[in-house]
Design a protein around this ligand. Structure first.
Ligand code: HEC
Length: 135
């Protein structure tokens, strides 16, 4: 399965890349599957294969919108992932760096602030948004 996903990601990267390195163009789904699903689960429900082995249980990321009055907290999620990247949160996940590589973009927050992040981060968060449950 993982190989299939990697192959799909590579194909998607080739289609989008148009001469750039493929690394900067991996889809949000591939980024999530490779970097987050082991703890948070493929459906982002907090039940990844590593979940039971961690001291702190991974958050259920499919309920971020539900817990925020039905609005997906994209700004907050990006800020948290940026913050975690500097902590032990990802100690076991060296390849997590791919979220922070590739072309940079300016993300405009709901209150109009502009924060620099990567296109990969935006793709990842958009994918996470698509996994939100409504109840
Ligand atoms: C090694 C396991 C692990 C991996 C890999 C991991 N997480 Fe987490 N994550 C956790 C744990 C554990 C928590 C809960 C931390 C806490 O409560 O302090 C958490 C919390 C979070 C939160 C905060 C949720 C909230 O309700 O505030 C976000 C957002 C998050 N993770 C996003 C991600 C993303 C995106 C990825 C992949 C790029 C990822 N995590 C990869 C273990 C992991």
């Amino acid at each position: 399965m993982k190989t299939v996903l990697k192959t799909l990601a590579a194909l998607a990267g080739l289609t989008l890349a148009g001469g750039c390195t493929t690394e900067g163009d991996v889809s949000g789904r591939a980024l999530f599957t490779d970097n987050c699903a082991v703890c948070h689960g493929r459906k982002a429900d907090g039940n990844g294969p590593l979940a039971d082995k961690l001291e702190i249980r991974p958050a259920n990321l499919s309920e971020l919108a539900l817990n925020n009055g039905g609005v997906f907290p994209a700004d907050d999620t990006i800020a948290k992932v940026h913050g975690y990247s500097n902590s032990d949160h990802f100690a076991d996940m060296p390849e997590f760096g791919s979220v922070f590589t590739g072309p940079e973009v300016m993300w405009e927050t709901a209150d109009g602030a502009r924060i620099p992040t990567t296109q990969n981060m935006v793709s990842l968060v958009r994918y996470l948004e698509s996994l939100q449950v409504s109840e």
